[in-house]
Design a protein around this ligand. Structure first.
Ligand SMILES: [Zn+2]
Ligand SMILES: [Zn+2]
Length: 455
């Protein structure tokens, strides 16, 4: 039985892994236990069956481009060996572009669909089985979530803070507030203001949301826990998170296992435990401190000073000195943490062993760095080596290349002449390059024939 309306019958998610995750009677999101497949309302994290106690999560990838842990790994997507040019079975990637008639502010995938923030609305352009767009223009989109007259993105937040996925909704940083809109495709609602103030930064993961806003001229920190109904989002202000904790402008926040992290204006790493509301600095202030990524034991920081980039091999813990490894010449553009491997993007790309900090290899990128992702190879690939996907702006063109870290060898994946690229989403069976005038879907020929996607 559906756990929200108790009226619909549903097969367990194990029988229907690509089923719609929506309760069609109420328009609420359902999530599933990864062990027994039982459907549960949004907000549940552990299976209530005492004999199971499995981890409960969404059944489709939910991805805004950069996962909230900051590690930059692809979300279930693997590098297809058929894209290696020396592979005798080489097949070029399939690319299909949806061109928007309004400026694209951001895009994300959630619950089996692609959503695009265009102008002052969220739309779901949809991509048909052959990769062709199913909506001709943004204005004619059949599903649209109106964000209000001030529904353009806030110019004071970084690109990573524009969208946070929260249960069946998306929280968007618009000009004067955060707004939440439901993503249920069966009905288009208007987004609701959270009434928190002008957005500064935000992040959401595993049922938690944390965000900073300017309220009456002062920085304020809030957190919220997902519940079954998106309209009832209650944000609590964290008392004790004063001005000293306020994040640097344009900063990225990270969130893992209920702990949010960011770098303050003075350069300290701060942590908020969402459950308890405890907010503390973890490092002394230092202007060259940058946020890195979250591992199983906490957040890693990176230093970007005059003497080059230094990578924190250990998570930051009070009372412990984290080991550091050199990561090449700055300025730091990005850092990725995969299985045993770190990839540091500065003037060039350098890859390190994540345990010892030894240099494994590296490479170069073309033009201006925009975004990237670290992809594991397919299970049956002849080599076991991950690839660093590198999205750059090469003069007038958008360019996507994959780097093999050990040899520095590169494979061209896609090139968009005259396209200004802004983001990369790599989740499920395909990747999307987001640009200011549309979204390009890229996938391998063999996954293009698999029909189980809704996207
Ligand atoms: Zn239902
Ligand atoms: Zn279960």
């Amino acid at each position: 039985m559906c756990p929200v309306c108790f009226e619909e019958r549903r097969l367990t998610s194990g029988y229907t892994p690509y089923a719609s995750p929506w309760c069609d009677k109420r328009g609420e999101l359902l999530i599933a236990c990864e062990r027994c497949g039982r459907w549960l309302p949004s907000g549940v994290t552990t299976c209530p069956d005492p004999g199971c106690r499995g981890h409960v999560h969404e059944t489709w990838p939910a991805n805004t481009g950069r996962a909230p842990d900051g590690a930059g790994r692809t979300d279930g997507w693997r590098w297809p060996s058929e894209w290696d040019r020396q592979n005798p079975a080489y097949k070029a990637p399939n690319a299909a572009t949806w061109a928007s008639d309004l400026p694209v502010n951001a895009a994300f995938v959630a619950h089996g669909r692609l959503y695009v923030w265009v102008g002052t609305a969220l739309i779901a352009p949809g991509v048909g089985p052959a990769g062709a767009p199913t909506v001709a223009s943004a204005n004619a989109a059949p599903w649209k979530c109106w964000l209000g007259f001030d529904g353009l993105p806030s110019q004071s937040v970084g690109a990573d803070s524009r969208v946070a996925l929260f249960g069946g909704g998306a929280i968007l940083a618009v000009e004067n507030d955060f707004v939440i809109g439901a993503l249920y495709p069966g009905r288009a609602d208007e987004a609701l203001k959270l009434q928190l103030g002008a957005p500064v930064a935000q992040v959401a993961s595993d049922g938690w949301w944390a965000g900073w806003a300017m309220k009456s001229g002062l920085p304020a920190l809030y957190s919220a826990h997902v519940n079954a109904q998106w309209r009832n989002t209650a944000c609590r202000q964290i008392v004790g998170a004063g001005t000293a904790a306020a994040p640097r402008s344009g900063t990225r926040m990270l969130l893992k296992q209920g702990s949010a992290y960011w770098i303050s204006e003075e350069g300290s790493l701060w942590r908020l435990e969402c459950e308890t509301g405890v907010c503390v600095p973890l490092t002394e202030p230092a202007p060259d401190t940058r946020i890195g990524w979250c591992g199983a034991e906490g957040a890693h920081i990176v230093k970007d000073g005059g003497e080059g980039i230094r990578i924190g091999l250990d998570p930051v813990r009070i009372g412990f000195v984290a080991r550091e490894a050199p990561g090449g010449n700055g300025p730091l553009k990005d850092v990725f943490a995969g299985k045993g491997l770190l990839a540091v993007v500065g003037e060039q790309v350098m890859t390190l062993d994540s345990g010892t900090g030894y240099v494994l290899g590296g490479g170069k990128y073309l033009g201006q760095w925009v975004a990237g992702a670290l992809a594991e190879p397919e299970m049956d690939a002849p080599d076991r080596e991950p690839r660093l996907l590198m999205l750059t702006q090469d003069n007038e063109d958008g360019n996507l290349t994959a780097l093999r870290p050990s040899s520095g060898g590169e494979e061209a994946v896609w090139r968009g002449p005259g396209v200004q690229v802004t983001g990369l989403i790599v989740a499920g069976r395909r990747m999307y390059v987001v640009h200011n005038s549309g979204v390009t879907s890229i996938r391998s020929a063999h996954s293009a024939s698999a029909g189980e996607e809704q996207l």
